[in-house]
Design a protein around this ligand. Structure first.
Ligand code: MGD
Ligand code: MGD
Ligand code: SF4
Ligand code: MO
Length: 709
């Protein structure tokens, strides 16, 4: 029997590679395991250890099965009716007393497209608030804003299957070994075996970087300088693709004028990448038959993240890479539905299908298709960190949260706790009690896991794929049921009268017709094998490769955007001499509210730690069993340390899955994308003295965990 016949086909709930898996149920309909789905798009049945244990979260004993409400400071079980009444009643009271914008919604990039769409719609039509944002604000928005400015769309342009055919692959700030363990390291290795030159621009090298690769240990926060210098050098060497620049782009003169002062020597002084290497790399990229540039959060989660990406795009355009099959510049999206999650209107400035909330035509189309008056659609609102800050000032008083966990993942956690403490009414929908819900929720509604619902997600490549439902939700209701029931209590049920994912998907297809992210030709059936948007009709094959003939701006041309080097707002100094940069461990996923509960994952990464270069550790007089004290302007953490000779000696790396990390980071934001600078925090490091008490500001009263009735 084929896997299609004996298993329910779906996709891994964690990262954006969306590895396809088959879920197996027993005769009684219980989930019992998972099998390989060899026909899965892109990854062909491969999974990493997180993916192979993902199903264990579904029947997990920690699952929330009944709603909780806070009484006398404690969360206690209650009925669904009571919890939904209180949840909706709290928002209604706040709206009556303080106005609709005193409620806010925080949503997430792990949700299916259908739920992301419903959350944006719920904020606008049920709560009628401007303030709805999502945790992709911590992730994809620098890449997104740069791509929108340069190309007019926010999606990877070239399919990842092309990586293995490239002659040069430049990977900027992506840890493929831990964050994209399936498919990408192998594609890079295949390219390497074919003779391709692999380039890694990163202050820390993962296992995927090998001998013979050009490994460039860049000084954190200086990516724009490197790419400005490369652009200038391509011109100096006479290697510009002048025909492409003339025919397919605008804005080159201003961009090159801003770049020219960056001689290889100046680049060296800022980035620590030496001048001969800058010259060599410029020539290599400009003369490659096929060149792919891949970038992830290293250069993007910076207070100048948008600038960094624009600087990379300018180089790519100058060399004629975008739109040339087998070449291009791709952002590597992170979360399960990091792509679809940023298309369907759960962002503060966005309406469904990539439409802008400020564009009168877009507003009119959406209002018409929703059957509401244009004036009833709120305008643009605040972003994630700004919403928390507004809570601290009591401008926002009610919060509906789904699929995010600010008490681990937001920057400057001590401040965040105080901000969220000031909220009057917090409703959290989550399958597991998160640290955020444990401390801040007034109502907790048990959420849905990936195996308990149907829906679509849009992969790292922009391919819309389908997730089938294997088992009924462990709690009585699914996330979609919860949204419908809350909407009913707020008097707008007719706009949310959906039970199944595919019903929502049909509304979305119609909604997207003619919009920037057109899904209208993607049927439920076609989504089985996956279809790349835009796909404007059922006979259209979809669009794996973007921009072959024209870019998405009205005139069809790409924009060079002139950029200057922007320094981090606070640099290292004598008090905080090291740069803390943060990221991932292979075994854990984001705030860990799912993976920390799975024994195989937890054994591999049981708790926080920091990595130091062995020379740095020697200078600090550390022995292997020592713990270190990390101090930043925001906070202090005590953690064990590990040596990593592949890390810059002036840089400390910490995986971010535990609170110890984000108590140190700052809430300084990129002015355009409003992403926090997670990858650059000046810190002091010292050995913890043997007799020193550990008064960390970690508060274990609010650990995520099972609740007893
Ligand atoms: N195991 C696991 N996999 C995941 C996730 C997870 O939580 N766990 N999360 C998923 C998500 S949501 C995302 S967004 C992706 C993230 O995927 P990545 O962005 O690849 O992962 P990070 O570990 O955040 O690492 C970013 C890289 O940037 C480097 N870096 C730091 N500062 C700089 C800098 O200034 N310049 C440059 N050029 N590089 C720098 C770091 O050393 C690191 O190698 O991973 C996805 N995959
Ligand atoms: N220092 C530092 N901080 C970072 C980063 C970094 O690199 N460094 N990376 C940032 C990045 S890239 C990201 S993407 C963010 C993400 O950060 P978070 O917002 O914390 O993401 P998750 O851990 O996925 O939180 C999601 C919550 O949603 C729940 N959940 C998952 N799926 C569903 C669902 O379908 N329905 C419901 N109801 N609940 C669901 C999970 O149980 C979990 O409690 O963290 C950011 N924070
Ligand atoms: S976590 Fe990512 S790489 Fe691992 S199985 Fe899931 S989708 Fe694939
Ligand atoms: Mo992310």
């Amino acid at each position: 029997m084929s896997v299609e016949d004996r298993a329910t086909l779906t996709h891994c709930p964690y990262c954006a590679l969306n590895c396809g898996i088959g879920l197996e149920t027993d005769a009684a309909g219980r989930l019992v395991g998972q099998v390989r789905w060899k026909g899965a798009p892109l990854t062909g049945g491969a999974v990493c250890s997180k993916g192979s244990t993902a199903w264990e979260q579904v029947p997990h004993p920690d699952r929330l099965t009944r709603p909780l409400v806070r009484r006398d400071g404690e969360l206690v079980e209650t009925t669904w009716e009571d919890a939904l009444d209180r949840a909706a009643g709290g928002f209604r009271r706040i709206r009556d007393e303080y106005g609709a914008d005193a409620n806010a919604v925080l949503s997430g990039g792990s949700l299916t497209n259908e739920k992301a769409y419903l959350m944006g719609k719920f904020a606008r039509l049920a709560l009628r608030t401007r303030h709805v944002d999502y945790n992709g604000r911590f992730c994809m928005v620098s890449a997104g804003s740069a791509n929108l400015q340069a190309f007019g769309l926010d999606r990877a342009m070239t399919p990842l299957s092309d990586v293995e055919r490239a002659d040069v692959v430049v990977v900027v700030g992506a840890n493929l070994s831990d964050a994209y363990p399936v498919m990408l390291p192998r594609a890079i290795h295949r390219a390497r075996q074919r003779g391709a030159q692999i380039v890694a621009v990163d202050p820390r090298f993962g296992r995927w970087v090998q001998d013979g690769d050009l490994a460039l240990p860049i000084r954190p926060g200086t990516d724009a300088v490197l790419f400005l210098g490369l652009l200038a050098e391509v011109e100096r060497q006479g290697l510009l693709d002048v025909d492409y620049i003339a025919e397919r782009t605008v804005g080159f003169d201003a961009a090159i004028a801003a770049a020219r002062r960056w001689t290889p020597e100046l680049v060296d002084a800022e980035t620590d990448i030496d001048a001969p290497t800058v010259r060599h790399l410029a020539r290599m990229i400009a003369t490659a038959g096929r060149c792919m540039i891949l970038h992830a959060r290293g250069a993007e989660q910076q207070t100048m993240g948008t600038t960094n990406v624009l600087a990379m795009i300018n180089l790519a355009l100058a060399c004629g890479l975008p739109g040339r099959p087998g070449s291009g510049i791709d952002m590597l999206t992170g979360q399960r539905n990091g792509q679809g999650g940023r298309e369907w209107g759960q962002r503060c400035n966005q309406l469904p299908a990539g439409r802008s909330i400020e564009d009168p035509d877009h507003r009119r189309v959406v209002a018409e298709r929703w059957g509401v008056r244009v004036d009833d659609l709120p305008g643009a609102g605040a972003t994630y960190v700004e919403i928390l800050q507004m809570a601290g000032r009591r401008e926002v008083r009610g919060l509906l949260s789904i699929s995010n966990n600010w008490r681990i993942s937001a920057p400057d956690l001590t401040a965040v706790d105080a901000q969220a403490d000031a909220l009057d009414h917090v409703v959290v929908i989550d399958p597991f009690l998160s640290e955020s819900a444990a401390r801040h929720a007034t109502v907790v509604l048990p959420g849905t896991t990936f195996a308990e619902e149907e829906g679509t997600i849009t992969t790292i490549e922009g391919r819309v794929v389908r997730c089938d439902q294997a088992v009924p939700p462990v709690p009585r209701w699914s996330d979609i049921d919860i949204i419908r029931n809350l909407a009913g209590r707020l008097g707008v049920r007719s706009h949310f009268d959906f039970v199944r994912g595919r019903e929502v998907f049909e509304e979305m297809r119609a909604m997207s017709a003619g919009g920037p992210n057109d899904y209208s030709g993607i049927t439920w059936e076609r989504a089985r094998d996956g279809v790349f948007w835009p796909c404007p009709s059922e006979s259209h094959p979809g669009t794996p490769q973007l921009y072959t003939d024209r870019f998405a701006h009205p005139d069809g041309k790409a924009r060079f955007v002139a950029v200057e080097r922007v320094a981090p707002p606070v640099d290292v100094d004598d008090h905080y001499p090291y740069v803390l940069t943060t990221g991932r461990h292979l075994a854990q996923y984001l705030s860990g509210n799912q993976t920390k509960r799975i024994p195989a994952q937890q054994r591999k990464a049981p708790g926080p730690y920091a990595e130091l270069h062995p020379e740095t550790a020697a200078e600090l007089g550390l022995t292997p069993d020592d713990r270190i004290v990390l101090t930043s302007r925001q906070g202090r953490s005590v953690v064990p340390w590990r040596p990593n000779a592949g890390l810059r000696p002036d840089t400390v790396f910490m995986p971010y899955h535990w609170r110890e990390c984000n108590v140190l980071t700052s809430a300084d934001l990129d002015p355009t994308s409003k992403i926090p600078g997670f990858k650059f925090t000046p810190v002091a490091v010292r050995r913890l003295a043997a007799i020193e008490p550990i008064d960390d500001d970690q508060d274990d009263r609010y650990d995520a965990g099972p609740v007893s009735a």
